[in-house]
Design a protein around this ligand. Structure first.
Ligand code: NAD
Length: 377
């Protein structure tokens, strides 16, 4: 089987879905790789390194699309890249097929008569952990969000006792303690900040505290943990109590790192304009939920804006800013996924009875096969 890796076309994207070491390991399992020349440049991987790993380097993407049985991407494909897929080939990419705005994308992939695997739909189970791109890339985003906040904040993070006076540590509030949030907590603690965190899932309290942060409690008796460990929507009464608690803690925070998401839905608005107004001038909000319209009412996805003296960072490309490791981790996820969906002869073998395959298989040769996706079309 041949896997094709075209150069990413999204402006500013520096990652690449396979690195030279993974190409070598895949070759030993009878999976060949073609890569478009320059695809690794943003991650500091040369064509030569890919060649040395056993990849064939194509100067043009057209040859690559023509020969690939499987195409790997790390961004949601646009119309043009869908049109380039060979009928009968397989696309492995993030698709977010349950989001309403992506219904036309699923229809376009079906019309192109391709098989698609949505990497964002890989079940969040222990056995699938090694293929989980949401986790690997959220780890990077959580880490980098704190670095961005520290660079934008006109204060120190750690407490300092100097001859020029004592500096109080920065206060960081993390909203949402999933993979990104926990990484943000750890990074902010390492930089010396005083960290508080909030999540609707009561189960994460222990994890937050084990990282040395304080868990912000909402007294209600309600727990919003849903199937698969994800969050579900909470009652109106809970939302009111939660808003009151968040307002109190946002007011005293120098930095808010917002990471709260609900799968397939708009991100919950947790920080209102009034709360932003209550913050000290110079404070910083990094909104990792910007891709799903943001946890802060004033976030502008893809932009940094200053509102009421507070910098609100809604950048969407955080993993790409740590491109070498982001690519390395993404590639490891892809390698495990490819080995999972191929037989020992290196040929694609999609078993609809397998839990992981069933969870992320969206179309097969043009037919939409995922029941939940089908339901929403
Ligand atoms: P996510 O990105 O979907 O959401 C981030 C966090 O926001 C979650 O912790 C969620 O509870 C929280 N959140 C949602 N609405 C909120 C609100 N209104 N207020 C505050 N917080 C809110 O989450 P994730 O990081 O992708 O993790 C989701 C689940 O999957 C977790 O239970 C995690 O432990 C689990 N997980 C399992 C594996 C695995 O075993 N393979 C890997 C990664 C994650």
């Amino acid at each position: 089987m041949r896997v094709g890796v075209p150069r990413e076309v999204t402006p500013g994207e520096k990652r690449v879905p396979l690195v030279a070491d993974s190409v070598k390991r895949l070759a030993s399992k009878k999976i060949d790789v073609s890569i478009e020349s320059g695809a690794g440049t943003g991650s500091c991987i040369t064509d030569e390194e890919f060649r040395a790993g056993g990849a064939s380097v194509e100067p043009e993407s057209s040859a690559l699309y023509a020969s690939a049985d499987v195409v790997l991407r790390l961004r949601v494909p646009n119309e043009e890249s869908i049109a380039r897929l060979r009928e009968g080939s397989t696309l492995i990419a993030p698709l977010f097929p349950l989001q309403e705005q992506n219904a036309p994308l699923v229809r376009a992939l079906a019309a192109r008569k391709v098989t698609t695997i949505a990497v964002d739909m890989i079940p969040r189970t222990t056995v699938a952990q090694m293929m989980d791109v949401l986790s690997s890339q959220a780890t990077i985003a959580g880490y980098y969000a704190v670095l961005m906040a520290s660079a934008a904040l006109p204060r120190f993070f750690p407490m300092l006792m100097t001859a020029a006076g004592t500096i109080a540590p920065a206060r960081v509030l993390v909203l949402g303690a999933g993979v990104a949030g926990l990484q943000a907590i750890g990074t902010a603690k390492r930089l010396g900040a005083v960290v508080e965190a909030f999540d609707v899932r009561a189960v994460v309290k222990e994890q937050v505290e084990s990282l040395g942060a304080r868990f912000v409690q909402v007294e209600s008796g309600e727990d919003a943990q849903a199937e698969g460990g994800y969050a579900k929507e909470t009652s109106e009464e809970y939302k009111k109590k939660q808003a009151e608690a968040i307002a109190r803690h946002v007011k005293t925070a120098d930095v808010v790192i917002a990471t709260a998401l609900i799968p397939g839905k708009r991100a919950p608005v947790l920080v209102t304009e009034e709360m932003v107004q209550s913050m000290k001038p110079g404070s910083v909000i990094v909104d990792l939920a910007a891709e799903q319209q943001g946890n802060c009412a004033l976030t502008e996805p893809g932009q940094t804006v200053v509102r009421h003296g507070v910098s609100i960072l809604g950048e969407l490309d955080l993993p790409s800013r740590v491109a070498i490791h982001a690519s390395q981790m993404y590639a490891r996820n892809m390698e495990k996924l490819l080995l999972h969906v191929c037989n020992k002869d290196g040929a694609l073998h999609l078993d609809p009875e397998n839990e992981i395959t069933r969870g992320c298989l969206i179309t097969v040769a043009g037919d939409v096969v995922h029941p939940k996706v089908k339901e929403r079309l």
